[in-house]
Every structure is written in structure tokens, then in C-alpha cells.
Design a protein around this ligand. Structure first.
Ligand SMILES: [Zn+2]
Ligand SMILES: [Zn+2]
Length: 350
């Protein structure tokens, strides 16, 4: 099969003939990939900020068709259109039962490897086919009415944004600030609109991304330096989402959270330290929340909100490059890492 392969920081290779994945356990399924996302999180290994095994297929956002199932898969059937959340969940452990599906005791992230050792880690979805452990618990049917770009966002960015906004304790009629307007931040703007907060304030240094936030319903889109200017957000906002993943973004989000407010940090963290001191946090009585979203728990809320019209799909604004061939993957990674204006999300079509 065709696949992209991570060979180490800065090195993504197109491989035209990689070995197809096999069913390794009776609870596995094989998914034929129809569309696979390139996520901001994929840049952490690519830029050397986070480890991934050399030789692994990257990618953790997938929509496709079930191609084969193991003998113990009871719910999923060959031919079903499914989305694959970014991590697997067994559906049987205490954490899964508690709704902490992203931290399943047997779960793993797609795309970090090591390759050729199915017991130790998983290949990702930037390939023609993908092995999915715990298929019954991990795979979700895509509603027939949902288009591919929206379904792709539902495998990660949109439920992640939903959970980020919920953790910021949005208050109807009060401000909600989103710091960082990559795909998750833009999705958070759309989700905030669905929560009746007012105003929705979007912050990013890149003008193109601010324009996209306005297209998704942001009332105000600001450069970071302008957000701290007197009179703009005096005293801060009660609900702030940090979606940039940078220390500067985290510090700004912290400073923009009003005393007693909630600051929800959703971006993957690669720093050793918080961008603010314990003393500063104590002095503000903030609620701080961190961590990976539980897609399996949040996805039904997102699908319902899309279906009843409360949430407008941000796919048209976010998925800027919806039809990229895998052979163009190395170039797509380089352009994404360079923060090319106009490029927010690439979707590979194997
Ligand atoms: Zn992702
Ligand atoms: Zn589990």
C-alpha cells in the first residue's frame, strides 16, 4: 500500500509499497482509509519536540470503510463508513468506564509506533489501510448525512474543541476567548458560538487565521499584542481556551482569564514548565484544566449539535486543502510546518 513514513525529525517520506497491516488480535479491524488528516500534533515529532519511532506511519485522524474484522468484533461490519478517533479505547477498563477513554489502560495513540511491533505501538492513518485495535469500542459510524471533511474533524479537532470549551465553563452572555487559531482553535470558535457566549474573542498572530475565525462567528479577532491593550478585555474573560500549545499562548491565556474564571488548555504540551508561577495562579483563584479530549464521550454531543443546527460545521473554513495525494505528503508537512498563509488543515486522500 501507499503510505507516509516518519524517519525522524524533519523527515517524512512517501513510500509507494509498504506492507499492508494484518489483523493481529481477534478484536482488531482493518480500515480502508478514505481521508486522513494532517494535525498540528503531527508537527511535534516532525519538529523534534516529541518522540515518535522512526519508520512509523504518522497520522491519527481517519475516515474510511471497514475492510476486515477479527473473530471477536461484534458491532462493526465490513463495508461500514467509520471514523477513527486519535487513540484506541478498549471499552472494558475502569478508565473507559469512567469516561476517560483517551487514557484507556490498554489504549494507544495512532502514529507513534514503534512499527513492526503491534504489541508496543501503532502505525497511523496517513496510508491506504490502517489496523485498529479494540474495533468495537474504538470505531464510530459516520452518519449518512455527514460529509468527509466534517467527519474528519469529528475524529479529533471538533470533539477536542468541544471538550476544551466545556472545560472553560462557558457562561451565556459573557465573553469566551480562544487563544491560537489552528484547526482546534477555529473549531473552538464555532463551538463557542453554539454555547451562547458573548462576545467570542479569537486571538492569533496570523491575519489569515483571524479572518477565518470571523467567518466562523468570532465577534472580535485580535493579534496577541492587541488583546492586552487597555480597554479591549479589561479584567479578562471568565472562560478562556488555550489552543496554541506555545508558552506564549499559555501565558496570554492565563493573563486573559479573570479572577475566578476557568482557563482550559487543550493543546498538546511539550514544555517542562507552566508559563506562569504558582504564586500568580494562587493570586487569581483560577480553575485550570489540561489534557487530551475523550473523543468517544464528546462525539455524540458534537454530532447532535451538528444535526440540530446549533453547531455549524467549520469544515469549509478549516479544511483548506481537502484533497492532497499521499505522494505530496512530504511537501504538505513542510508547508504546514512553515505556517504557510492559507493552509490550516490538509486532508490526504490515499
Ligand atoms: Zn489531530
Ligand atoms: Zn479501556
Amino acid at each position: 500500500m501507499q503510505a507516509l513514513v516518519f524517519d525522524g525529525p524533519g523527515r517524512i517520506r512517501y513510500e509507494p509499497q509498504r506492507r499492508d497491516p494484518d489483523l493481529c488480535a481477534p478484536t482488531d479491524a482493518i480500515v480502508e482509509v478514505e481521508v486522513a488528516g494532517l494535525c498540528g500534533s503531527d508537527l511535534h515529532p516532525y519538529l523534534g519536540r516529541e518522540p515518535a519511532a522512526a519508520g512509523v506511519v504518522p497520522g491519527h485522524e481517519v475516515v474510511g470503510r471497514v475492510l476486515a474484522v477479527g473473530t471477536e468484533v461484534a458491532e462493526r461490519r465490513v463495508g461500514e463508513r467509520v471514523l477513527v478517533p486519535f487513540s484506541t479505547s478498549c471499552g472494558r477498563c475502569a478508565r473507559c468506564a469512567a469516561g476517560l477513554t483517551a487514557r484507556c489502560e490498554r489504549g494507544a495513540l495512532f502514529g507513534y509506533g514503534p512499527p513492526d511491533d503491534p504489541a508496543a505501538g501503532l502505525d497511523g492513518g496517513q496510508a491506504e489501510r490502517l489496523r485498529v485495535p479494540w474495533a468495537d469500542a474504538s470505531l464510530r459510524l459516520v452518519p449518512a448525512w455527514m460529509d468527509d471533511p466534517t467527519a474528519l474533524l469529528c475524529s479529533d479537532n471538533l470533539p477536542t474543541a468541544w471538550e476544551a470549551v466545556a472545560r472553560a465553563d462557558p457562561r451565556p452572555g459573557r465573553a469566551l476567548v480562544v487563544v491560537g487559531l489552528g484547526a482546534v482553535g477555529l473549531c473552538a470558535v464555532a463551538v463557542a458560538r453554539a454555547h451562547q457566549v458573548e462576545p467570542v474573542v479569537a486571538i492569533d498572530p496570523v491575519p489569515d487565521r483571524r479572518a477565518r475565525a470571523v467567518a466562523l462567528g468570532a465577534d472580535l479577532a485580535l493579534a496577541p499584542e492587541d488583546a492586552l491593550a487597555a480597554g479591549v478585555l479589561d479584567g479578562g474573560a471568565p472562560a478562556v481556551v488555550e489552543a496554541s500549545g506555545s508558552a506564549d499562548g499559555q501565558r496570554l491565556a492565563f493573563r486573559l482569564t479573570e479572577p475566578g474564571g476557568s482557563c482550559s488548555v487543550i493543546a498538546v504540551q511539550t514544555d517542562e514548565r507552566f508559563a506562569f508561577s504558582p504564586t500568580e495562579a494562587y493570586d487569581r483563584n483560577l480553575t485550570l484544566r489540561f489534557g487530551r479530549a475523550n473523543v468517544l464521550v464528546t462525539l455524540p454531543l458534537v454530532v447532535t449539535a451538528l444535526a440540530d443546527g446549533r453547531l455549524r460545521s467549520p469544515a469549509e473554513v478549516c479544511v483548506t486543502h481537502p484533497d492532497v495525494a499521499l505522494r505530496d505528503g512530504p511537501e504538505a508537512y513542510a508547508r504546514f510546518a512553515a505556517r504557510e498563509p492559507g493552509l490550516v488543515k490538509v486532508a490526504f486522500r490515499p
